[in-house]
Design a binder for this molecule. Sequence first.
Ligand code: SF4
Length: 344
Amino acid sequence: MTTTNILCKSRADLENWFKERGEPGFKGRQVYDWLWKRQARDFHDMTNLSKALREELAAAFEIPGLRTDVTQVSCDGTIKSRFRLADDHLIESVLIPVPEEKRFTACVSSQVGCSLTCSFCATGQMKRMRNLRAHEIVDQFIQVNMQSEAHFGHPLTNVVYMGMGEPLLNYAEVMESVRILNQEMEFGIKRITISTAGIAKMIDKLTEEDVRFNLALSLHAADDSKRNTIMPINESNNLEALIRSLTQFYNKTKNKITFEYIAFDRFNDTLQDARHLAELCRHFPVKINIIEYNPIEGFDGRKSGEDRLEIFASYLQNKGIPVTIRRSRGKDIDAACGQLANKG
Ligand code: SF4
């Protein structure tokens, strides 16, 4: 007998399942709460249901949790996990702890691989195998949250969709995962950030839906000719289109936008680049995260020197733009930005 994945069922589906068996619908709501509010991954843990009902559920449904394949702990405390999905595909998630600021962030994947082929990114060298289901995204959060509790005695404070894959190309499942995190698991919406390589029409869709989470754009170059060379998606979604969509997004949602900017030595870290970047920040309030580049095989960019980074960041700060320089975390275990590629 084949079983059905219960983690893909809505609350209404489960209510109906019980009603069809002559049971009250609220039992379906109880099961749904067990799955998401209490994160049960075994029917036998659902102790407010009779043993017979639990057995009936176990015969009809499966709960395909993530299986941990490899966990690596960096010398800076960053933890990278490789998870095996029910169909044996592998994905990666990262816990980025900053205990001194009581900030514990999960970086989760939204796809197996990625179709966007950004040249500096190890994931982009893999093929996109498939989109993740909402529950596979939320289960990464649940697993990383357990790691955060176990290693640091503190639950996650933030989640960023910045792991493997382009979240806006898996729109429906990503949105459903955000809904589960926020509405079922009561994780604050302002603690959730979706990071996109920049797909204008999908940003427009977020605007139409008036979402409340934070949006980050992986910018990495502030003029089209440079951006085209490292992010092919820019050829069909150029900066003018992205800025137009982001302006509308800001005007409707009033959510601050973050630009992620990996600094590459003498490629995008000159004063001229800083001027272009400042220009892009004129349209709406922006926070800039400058990220140290982490080398990957097959891309010959180098990371910017300290002095160049300081000059670049100061130019922007003097224009009143908030800038953070993010030193790379988890480099020794290939857990830093752009390094996720299931290398193990
Ligand atoms: S940077 Fe993001 S969008 Fe680009 S290839 Fe890597 S995972 Fe995909």
